[in-house]
Design a protein. Structure first.
Lengths: 270, 253
């Protein structure tokens, strides 16, 4: 493991220590790890890696959706043991909006079930819907929206709960390039506004280079971190960094770290 | 005119055209009026029977029997469907049986049901129940299969308990398929009960139609047949409209 796999920016908000995930198949599938990682509070961290390297498994472990076979994941000092901790929000790649609920009801879903007072629900939903540019569509149903707008609904549903750790599993994977860039801007704005720690799983190197403070590059399965890249971007940034010469250097470095692993993943090791 | 409106009007025109054609063929004796009476005479006969109250008891008996069979089949079909969905091994074992279920002429069990329950409405409820339950069960299995796994993940992220997940996510997500199950269960319960009343019963619409047939009371028979037809059509139409309303919200633009 390279020496700087953990962040220098202590204290860690979320950690992975020796996290390993082996699926109980025949034969057993060693999907992930062992992995060590420290996420600093308020950091924007992205994970890139070849297909099937365990990126989503890593997210599932940190979210408490899946328990690690070995090792420990913690959030705010508490062990995450296969149970979703308070303060964690997740946005998935697939359309996870509830088709039977309007946009505002989708966004209010978690708050209502948590027993938050109606006036507070209305206030927070109004803010989140407005923040994600969905005010004119609050009464619409997901079926009436584009793919990008449905993903905004899911982000608003996460945002409304004021999570301190936001996990995003390839949230823009199904969107076109232009929409992805714009959604990236929205995400950066949300990150700055909330001060949340963000972990983004993505297969897009440019997305990782544009959005992140740090990018972790994973090996082919079983996924381990093989490189960690500090982007050096200022906190106030947006998609216009793609025209910065440094952006090209970052994506080139990410690809040079990733290429051999991607070749392994498709069965053509160099 | 929209495409959907055009289709709807075409459908109405076909039905009205067929009824008018039958009216003309009967009135001109191309079809022997002793065999089939004109549709207008069927309407008059039905109207008179409804006003006289002669068939009120039969209607009440059939409807209450269908309702009992329908409710029982929905509750049991949904319950077994959900249970089987949670037990993949059991499902693998019974899937072929479910697939071939409607190939079995279950009316052959009617004498057995009479022997078990006696000569009352229970065998009819049982026939309706046996007809309708697998439809609800299959719809439940399909509905639960089609709940996107990501929605269950969202429920976990929202830290919903098992019951709340079922009530707030699983059931609403499966609703269109469950609704199809309700629609089919009602249709099968109706068919099963009416057919059962034909075979061996002392009352109900099926019995009344069979009795009128055996007594050569054509007006009564066709009036009752029209009533059954209208009831089935209206019920199905209402449920179909409701189903379309649910589906429209979910249909991608």
């Amino acid at each position: 493991m390279p020496a700087d796999m953990t962040a220098e920016l202590a204290p860690a908000h979320a950690t992975l220590r020796g996290v390993t995930r082996v699926y109980d198949t025949k034969p057993p599938l060693h999907a992930l790890g062992p992995i060590d990682l420290d996420l600093a509070r308020g950091e924007f961290f992205s994970v890139v890696g070849p297909s099937g390297c365990g990126k989503s498994t890593l997210l599932d472990v940190l979210a408490g959706l899946s328990a690690p076979t070995a090792g420990t994941a913690t959030f705010e000092g508490n062990v995450v043991a296969g149970r979703v901790p308070d303060g964690v929000g997740v946005v998935f790649q697939e359309d996870a909006s509830f088709p039977w609920l309007s946009v505002s009801d989708n966004v209010a879903f978690g708050l209502r079930r948590a027993g938050v007072a109606a006036a507070e629900v209305a206030r927070r939903v109004d803010y989140s819907v407005g923040f994600m540019g969905l005010k004119d569509f609050a009464a619409s149903y997901p079926a009436q929206l584009s793919g990008g707008m449905r993903q905004r609904v899911c982000i608003a549903r996460t945002l409304v709960q004021q999570p301190r750790l936001i996990l995003l599993d390839e949230p823009f994977g199904a969107l076109d390039q232009q929409t992805r860039l714009l959604m990236g801007d929205e995400l950066l704005r949300l990150w700055r506004e909330t001060g949340a720690t963000v972990l983004l799983i993505t297969h897009a190197l440019d997305e990782a280079a544009m959005l992140s403070d740090r990018v972790g590059v994973m090996s082919a399965r079983p996924g381990r971190f093989i490189d960690l890249v500090q982007t050096g971007w200022a906190r106030e940034r947006d998609s216009r960094v793609v025209s910065d010469p440094h952006f090209g250097e970052l994506t080139a470095r990410l690809w040079s770290s990733l290429r051999a692993e991607s070749m392994k993943a498709i069965g053509r090791p160099e | 005119m929209t495409r959907r409106a055009a289709i709807a009007w075409t459908r109405v025109a076909v039905v009205v055209g067929a009824v008018l054609l039958l009216e003309v063929l009967c009135r001109t004796a191309v079809i022997n009026p002793l065999t089939v009476i004109p549709p207008s005479a069927m309407v008059v006969a039905l109207w008179e029977m409804l006003l006289s109250g002669d068939i009120t008891g039969d209607i009440a008996q059939t409807f209450s029997t269908v309702l009992a069979a329908f409710i029982a089949s929905v509750v049991v079909g949904f319950g077994i469907g959900a249970l089987v969905h949670a037990l993949p091994r059991v499902r693998r074992a019974i899937d072929p049986l479910l697939a071939s279920y409607y190939a079995v002429p279950f009316f052959v069990f009617y004498p057995l049901l009479v022997a078990l329950f006696g000569l009352n409405t229970l065998p009819l409820v049982a026939i309706g129940f046996i007809s309708a339950t697998p439809a609800m069960m299959i719809a439940t299995l399909i509905g639960l299969d089609r709940v996107p796994p990501v929605l269950r993940k969202v429920a976990r992220i929202q830290r919903l308990g098992r019951v709340r997940t079922v009530l707030s996510v699983t059931l609403p997500s499966a609703l269109p398929h469950l609704f199809s199950g309700l629609k089919l269960a009602l249709a099968y319960a109706f068919i099963g009960v009416i057919a059962g009343e034909f075979i061996l019963s002392g009352g109900g619409l099926g019995y009344a139609i069979a009795y009128a047939y055996e007594s050569f009371e054509n007006r009564t028979m066709y009036g009752l047949m029209l009533f059954v037809l209208l009831t089935a059509t209206v019920t199905n139409g209402v449920l179909a409209a409701w189903e379309a309303h649910i589906a429209a919200r979910r249909r991608r633009a």
